[in-house]
Write a protein that binds this ligand. Structure first.
Ligand code: ZN
Length: 91
């Protein structure tokens, strides 16, 4: 199979199997496609927002309840979800 990259003009001779797997439906060669898994800005977990540290004072009984309710969730995730829930209710 002949494949000509519409970006760099490179001409490739490909096994039909490889063409089917990696080139069918594409206009450009591997080198001209956006790379996946490479190091790039903003790669990895998408940001949830800005992190701010807070100290919260609560009776031990309340803390106990919180720890029971949150289960295996990190405390930060528990509070984030709580806040977002309240926010959604208001709107
Ligand atoms: Zn190319």
């Amino acid at each position: 199979m002949k494949f000509i990259c519409s970006n760099c003009g490179k001409e490739l001779c490909l096994e039909p199997q490889i063409y089917e797997q990696s080139y069918k439906g594409y206009e450009v060669c591997m080198d001209c496609r956006p790379k996946h898994g490479g190091k790039r800005e903003g790669a990895g977990r998408p940001s949830l927002g800005t992190t701010k540290k807070v100290s919260i004072t609560l009776p031990d009984q309340v803390w106990e309840e919180i720890y029971q309710r949150k289960g295996k969730k990190p405390l930060s995730a528990f509070f984030r979800e709580l806040v977002l829930e309240i926010r959604d209710e208001k709107s």
